[in-house]
Design a protein around this ligand. Sequence first.
Ligand code: ZN
Length: 214
Amino acid sequence: MTIGVSFASGALIATLLIDRLDRPAVHTEPAVIATTGTSSPSVASRSGAVAPRATALEAAPPSMAEAISVLAKRDLEIPVRGMKRTDLRDTFNDARAIGRRHDAIDIMAPRGTEVLAVDDGTIAKLFTSKAGGLTIYQFDPTQAFSYYYAHLDRYVPGLAEHQPVRRGQLLGYVGSTGNASEDAPHLHFAIARLDTDHSWWKGDPINPYPLLSK
Ligand SMILES: [Zn+2]
């Protein structure tokens, strides 16, 4: 694996920040990019093939507070059918591994309960990971945010990458794939503000709880 030593220390820190529970390891796809060039990693970095996080942040929206206020106006759908806003619990800051924050909320529901799109947008990636199991990454219509649905039992038949979806559309079903307990099926739901390169596997986490429970 060369990506870990590809960039200056800032990128190494970025890798640590990005890599968190239920997300695929950040080095998976950039490694492919890194092997396509013969130039040194630092040259590849300057060419913009892989934007170091520090650079991405310089061009990012002005503040996280502004990004959250944009989302607050969307009136996001509860992503689990039949769940009331008052039933939700804020588990965003829970520890899920040593030194790691959950950065998501878990919505407990019987296996097979319908999982719904919280917003309009596009299916950016259908991904299976060890931690998240069967997952969906949805981008919002402005491609500023990603919505992440994990531990799914299955997708709705026909769901495909690049497919446009509408708020409230059926995406899949609650399950316990990945590292969820079989006895406690739930939807692990996360929101991220995407970096300027719109990579589905990274971004800055936003707590979904205040946006869904209001
Ligand atoms: Zn979770």
